[in-house]
Design a protein around this ligand. Structure first.
Ligand code: NAP
Ligand code: 8YV
Length: 327
């Protein structure tokens, strides 16, 4: 058998919500097996016997891994992989891959756009023009807030955080950050705690991953430390924020405004945030251009191909980087 024929025999499970381009490439390269969603209750005997890889969009839990005894690789679409039970994958010697780097600049662009929308009120200004208010009521009111004189703090100074920082440097804004560890060679001031960062800045941008270590890290105490001129932007994960505390802080003037691309229970957005006039909201579109989603899809599929030809992944997540292919 040729390499291509061998790959055609490898069964890859593809949930129905998976991105079209990646699903098409998987169809052309592997033996694609469709499933309505990644749910252990839907796994058939045939899947149980044959599936060696999963392409994942919305997450893979422990039960799904347990239902597929021949599973070797979960190829996750996206850089954040908090929806994949990596601890369980690690324990079962299952490789998990993600799609870092190819989306970094796009997400940083979106973060800066969201920051400007939030501070300068641009979405409402456009509505003012479109609904005829400009012609009948006159000029749109001056924005209450400005980027000028702002000090920015980045929570999660990784690949995307640094791309955001580079953009904000060009805007003439001072940047500092908080991670668990100081990044070697990075000259921005480091804060060992999120509270210390929030106290030092008036604009907090969260681009931290989801998961237990960041769960509701941005809470009432952090928002209060940010202060009444404070602007909070979240382009990371909704789970990192106490949304009830955020809605209260917006309503009570504890902070001035927020811009959010991600929410704790997507696609559900708390009514209190929908009602907040000082919140600018996006439906998780950080990486959502055709260009970038195609690059993510390609990297996701290339991980599958590399694993089943070279027996090594291209972009393993750190927790499973040590996992070796058997045979
Ligand atoms: P990355 O390079 O791994 O950066 C993550 C940063 O967060 C690291 O610097 C890490 O530093 C820090 N961090 C992790 N856990 C922390 C904790 N408990 N406390 C403080 N800092 C912590 O990842 P990336 O490529 O920049 O992506 C970041 C996240 O953005 C993804 O995980 C994803 O959730 C989100 N994202 C959202 C969109 C969107 O569409 N809105 C798109 C892409 C990505 P330490 O390890 O030193 O703490
Ligand atoms: C994707 C993201 O929209 O990469 C991430 O972590 O949040 C986004 O780029 C998401 O992963 C699609 O499932």
């Amino acid at each position: 058998m040729t390499g291509a024929e061998e790959l055609k025999a490898v069964a890859i499970l593809v949930p129905a919500d998976f991105t079209g381009h990646a699903a098409d490439r998987i169809e052309g390269t592997f033996r694609r097996i469709g499933i309505e969603r990644a749910d252990a209750a839907l796994v058939t005997d045939e899947m149980r016997r044959t599936v060696r890889g999963i392409a994942s969009f919305a997450g893979i839990n422990a039960a799904m891994m347990d239902a597929l005894p021949n599973l070797e690789l979960v190829a996750s679409f996206g850089v954040g992989y908090d929806s994949v039970d990596v601890g369980h994958a690690q324990a079962k010697n299952i490789m998990v891959t993600n799609t870092p780097d190819v989306l970094t600049e796009e997400v940083a662009d979106t973060a800066v756009g969201l920051l400007i929308n939030t501070v300068r009120d641009l979405p409402r200004a456009e509505t003012w023009l479109r609904d005829g208010s400009w012609a009948c009521k006159g000029n749109y009111p001056l924005s209450r807030l400005t980027l000028r004189t702002r000090r920015v703090g980045i929570f999660g100074m990784g690949r995307i955080g640094q791309a955001i920082a580079r953009r904000l440097e060009a805007f003439g804004l001072p940047v500092s950050y908080h991670n668990r560890r100081c990044v070697e060679g990075l000259s921005y001031p480091y804060h060992a705690t999120l509270k210390g960062l929030a106290e030092a800045v008036d604009t907090l941008i969260s681009v931290a991953p989801g998961g237990a270590s960041t769960q509701k890290a941005v809470n009432a105490e952090i928002l209060s430390a940010l202060g009444a001129k404070g602007v909070f932007i979240n382009i990371g994960r909704g789970s990192t924020v106490d949304e009830a505390a955020l809605a209260a802080a917006l309503a009570e003037g504890t902070i001035a405004a927020a811009g959010l691309d991600v929410f704790a229970s997507e696609p559900n957005v708390p009514q209190a945030l929908l009602d907040a006039p000082n919140a600018s909201l996006l439906p998780h579109v950080g990486s959502a251009s055709e260009h970038t989603r195609r690059a993510m899809a390609d990297l996701c599929v290339d991980n599958l191909i590399s694993w089943f030809t070279e027996r090594r992944p291209l972009t393993p997540v750190p927790e499973t980087a040590h996992v070796k292919a058997q045979g």
